[in-house]
Design a protein around this ligand. Structure first.
Ligand code: 2M8
Length: 472
């Protein structure tokens, strides 16, 4: 290519990237309610916990104040026992718009003993703890604004109480890992990893509830009615026990949930240091959690992490994308990072050969379905986490290709909720919050570091050393 052609190509690339930024910004603005961001106006019209964390990571580049507010709104709904609820309900949304809504969870009454807030209605389960990581990244995007508002000082005690809840109330296996008590808690609702533990649950009768998701989503892209019956039964039992932990029939240690807790524990250590407190104990706890993760969930035969079913006893054989997510941990031993990368790029996930984005489930698994929600389609949040993991563990070329595919498909699909991992065809909602936010974040990263590894210092997971200087 001669010099002129090079300049034209570069200008065209620049223009298309600017277009991506403004389109992503439009989605985020349309989903903004004034105090938080909905994942999707129609399908998910309230505030979701881990969506908000990912969304704040994107918002910080355009609206640092909005990003701080997003996290503060979520944390304002925290329960006195420390749990951060998975949904914070917007009272102006009609009751039937989402199921299960506030009338099902009845947080203010059923959750009274666990310390549910009185002023806002929430669900009673949780979602992965991405929040401290998000808070640190949001702070780094505009440290001046953060300091002026006392952002870190405000969120730190709440984030610390959140981690305490998980570590003290949710170590149901006694082995040092946190466990989830409902598939919605882990966030990959109908992953085949849950099929065996869910099979033990008697579904709630179909006539006892009405699904609102099918008003907006194609039935073949969504969980089945049988899945829903079991989700409802588990949630109702938890509610009827006053949201007390330790008694339910579903209890699973999940690698992604725990890896995100480790990453957030490292971020909390950085927040503590920034506030002048000591961080040694937090780093030590993160290292202990990493050791427990390896000890309890690593499978040398599978070449990846698996879920541990505490009620059925033992590791579940299904290979879900959650088992690759610990790649984002800087302290993951090299002898585990290398096989994880091989699994990601090998026949089970096919990254770089059969797929350009990471499927949510094993391509060779019997339950694989390229369109049905978390049973095969590729999602942008897991892609974002693995892009960082690949960079961190010395795989910049694979990371660059994944980043390119995430950016291209996010825009081409109108920021779809998830996509067919082979064709990139859009599935689920469009104008989806975390797809827009994380595309924006990847785009900013691309402008700063066209192709480079991520240092192992800084946040311990994400190098944010120069954020805030070059916000775009
Ligand atoms: C999906 O989960 C909700 C229940 O929490 C649902 O299906 O109604 C999942 O994809 C979850 O990970 C996500 O946080 C939520 C909102 O985007 O939707």
């Amino acid at each position: 290519m001669d010099r002129t052609a090079q300049l034209i190509a570069r200008a065209a690339q620049h223009e298309s990237r600017c277009r991506l930024c403004s389109r992503a910004a439009r989605v985020l603005d349309a989903n903004w309610t004034g105090s938080s961001t909905v994942p999707s106006r129609r399908l998910y019209p309230h505030q979701w916990s881990w969506d908000s964390a990912f969304i704040a990571i994107g918002l910080r580049h355009l609206w640092p104040l909005r990003a701080q507010t997003e996290l503060e709104t979520l944390l304002a709904a925290q329960w006195a026992d420390g749990r951060v609820p998975h949904i914070v309900f917007n009272p102006s949304v009609p009751p039937g718009a989402y199921f299960p809504g506030p009338g099902f969870w009845r947080s203010a009454t059923a959750g009274r003993a666990a310390g549910a807030p009185r002023t806002v209605q929430t669900s009673g389960i949780v979602q992965p703890p991405v929040h401290a990581l998000a808070a640190w990244l949001v702070h780094r995007a505009d440290p001046g604004l953060s300091a002026a508002r006392g952002f870190l000082a405000r969120v730190y005690p709440r984030l610390a109480a959140w981690h305490r809840y998980l570590l003290h109330r949710r170590d149901l296996g006694g082995g040092g890992l946190v466990c989830v008590v409902h598939p919605w808690e882990q966030g990959m609702d109908n992953s085949p990893c849950w099929d065996a533990p869910l099979a033990r649950i008697t579904p709630a009768p179909a006539r006892s509830f009405r699904r609102a998701d099918l008003d907006h989503g194609a039935p073949e892209d969504r969980p089945t009615d049988l899945d829903y019956g079991r989700y409802v039964r588990l949630a109702a039992d938890y509610r009827d026990a006053g949201y007390a932990d330790g008694h339910g029939e579903f209890a699973v240690e999940d690698p992604a949930f725990n890896a995100l807790l480790v990453a957030s524990e490292h971020a909390l250590a950085l927040i503590a240091s920034e506030l002048g407190a000591t961080a040694t104990a937090r780093h030590a706890r993160a290292e202990r959690l990493t050791a427990a993760l390896v000890d309890r969930l690593w499978s040398p035969e599978a070449g990846m992490f698996l879920c541990r079913d505490l009620r059925g006893g033992g590791l579940l054989p299904e290979r879900g994308v959650a088992g690759l997510v610990p790649l984002l941990l800087p302290s993951l031993p090299r002898e585990l990072a290398a096989p994880l990368v091989r699994t990601l790029t090998g026949p089970h996930f096919g990254l770089g050969s059969r797929t350009r984005l990471v499927p949510s489930y094993d391509l060779l698994g019997e339950a694989f379905d390229p369109h049905r929600y978390w049973r095969g389609p590729a999602w942008f949040n897991t892609g974002w986490l693995l892009e960082r993991g690949l960079r961190l563990h010395g795989e910049p070329a694979t990371a660059d290709a994944l980043r390119g595919a995430l950016l291209e498909l996010a825009e081409a699909t109108g920021f779809a909720e998830y996509v067919d991992p082979f064709t990139g065809e859009a599935c689920g909602a469009s104008g989806f919050g975390w797809t827009a936010a994380l595309a924006l974040d990847l785009h900013q990263e691309l402008l700063k570091r066209p192709s480079q590894g991520v240092s192992k210092t800084g946040t311990g997971t994400f190098d944010t050393s120069d954020e805030g200087r070059d916000r775009g």
